[in-house]
Design a protein around this ligand. Structure first.
Ligand SMILES: Nc1ncnc2c1ncn2[C@@H]1O[C@H](COP(=O)(O)OP(=O)(O)O)[C@@H](O)[C@H]1O
Ligand SMILES: [Mg+2]
Length: 336
């Protein structure tokens, strides 16, 4: 699994918001790799910086600012550091939507209420490809069909208010896929949908991925979804990747107490009281009250006073692409 070439390498990424109340360190040194053609799931409780990380890759982090690190995009043997491109440059506009596309939790935020769904896809297509309106329309109908919109040719002229939530999300996926991106970023795309529609959308993304060979960065707080679709997993907490690795290792040999706590919060089938979802004790600290040392120490069952609250845990490697930031794995004398 680790011999695959990276498509995106995120190293030490820092993204911050400068507000009147102070600096919000939303992304505070994030590292992960998205292998070409594979699915990376990014998990973590809300407020852990998943969305800001995704938006930083596309350079739509505004009003936030990338203040450190790199986002290396491997494109045909060339390496482009997306963190260093201006968010309004021609170069990023050519990559955004074309090479890297994104779908959001709330499809209405990505769709225009005053244009037909067909016109919106045609616009995306003609922006990136030198094709005629007719050819763009033909491709738009084809991609609407591919995402399971019934009678796609008739629906071409539909407005978003005429569609159900599930159909709207399909339109967003169609729009994202219309340019055949190398990376699809999906930011909790099924959370606003009912369970059956959720499952259909997940199947759809998996099928399209098989068909087109694109990589997927899938953001979710649902570990059930992760188990189903991930190749690689990055577990985030308060702007850091606490642990990452292949999906089997994350589920069967978690190295970080935070990962273990997340896993313990999944209800297991057949278990007594399984309908009650356990949650990790305590609350995610407010971004202005970032704990010192390990950000998770205030809620950790393995908290070591005097160490975890003082020392910023370094990433400990357990093999290629397999890392955890926890002092349980660091020898005392090895730490500054
Ligand atoms: N526009 C913004 N201004 C200030 N803080 C923000 C803004 N957007 C996000 N944040 C903060 O950044 C942190 C990470 O947010 P986010 O990436 O949305 O978390 P997640 O997607 O993991 O739930 C949160 O503390 C959030 O409040
Ligand atoms: Mg989010």
């Amino acid at each position: 699994m680790h011999d695959t070439t990276p498509l995106i390498e995120v190293n030490g990424l820092q993204t911050q918001f400068f507000t009147d109340e102070g600096v919000v360190r939303s992304v505070e040194g994030v590292d992960f790799t998205i292998p070409a053609g594979k699915t990376l799931c990014v998990v973590g409780e809300s407020g852990s910086g998943k969305s800001v990380t995704a938006r930083s890759i596309l350079r739509i982090e505004n009003p936030g600012r990338i203040v450190g690190g790199e986002i290396l995009y491997h494109k045909d043997g060339e390496v482009i550091d997306l963190a260093r491109i201006g968010p309004k440059t021609r170069q990023i506009r050519q990559i955004r939507g074309r090479d890297i596309a994104m779908i959001f939790q709330e499809p209405m935020s990505a769709l225009s209420p005053v244009h037909t769904i067909g016109d919106q896809i045609v616009e995306a297509l003609t922006l990136h490809f030198p094709i005629s309106k007719d050819e763009a329309k033909r491709r738009a109908i084809e991609v609407l069909g591919r995402v399971g919109i019934p009678k796609a040719a008739d629906r071409f002229g539909a407005y978003t208010f005429e569609l159900s939530g599930g159909m709207r999300q399909r339109v967003c996926i169609a729009m994202a896929l219309s340019c055949e991106p190398r990376l699809l970023i999906a930011d909790e795309p099924t959370t606003a949908l009912d369970v059956t529609t959720q499952a259909n959308i997940l199947d759809l993304i998996a099928d399209l991925q098989k068909e087109t060979g694109m990589a997927v960065m899938f953001i979710t707080h649902d570990l059930g979804v992760v188990a189903e679709i991930a190749d690689e997993v990055a577990v985030m907490y308060l702007g850091q990747v606490m642990e990452r690795g292949d999906v089997d290792s994350i589920f069967h040999d978690p190295k970080h107490p935070y990962t273990r706590a997340l896993l313990d919060s999944i209800p297991r089938l057949g278990q007594r009281g399984a309908h009650r979802l356990a949650s990790i004790r305590g609350m995610v600290p407010h971004p202005f009250d970032r704990p010192s040392g390990c950000p998770f120490h205030t809620r950790c069952d393995s908290y070591m006073p005097g160490r975890c609250n003082r020392i910023d845990p370094p990433a400990v490697s357990f093999g290629p692409g397999r890392e955890a930031k926890c002092l349980l794995h660091t020898k005392e004398e090895g730490v500054a």
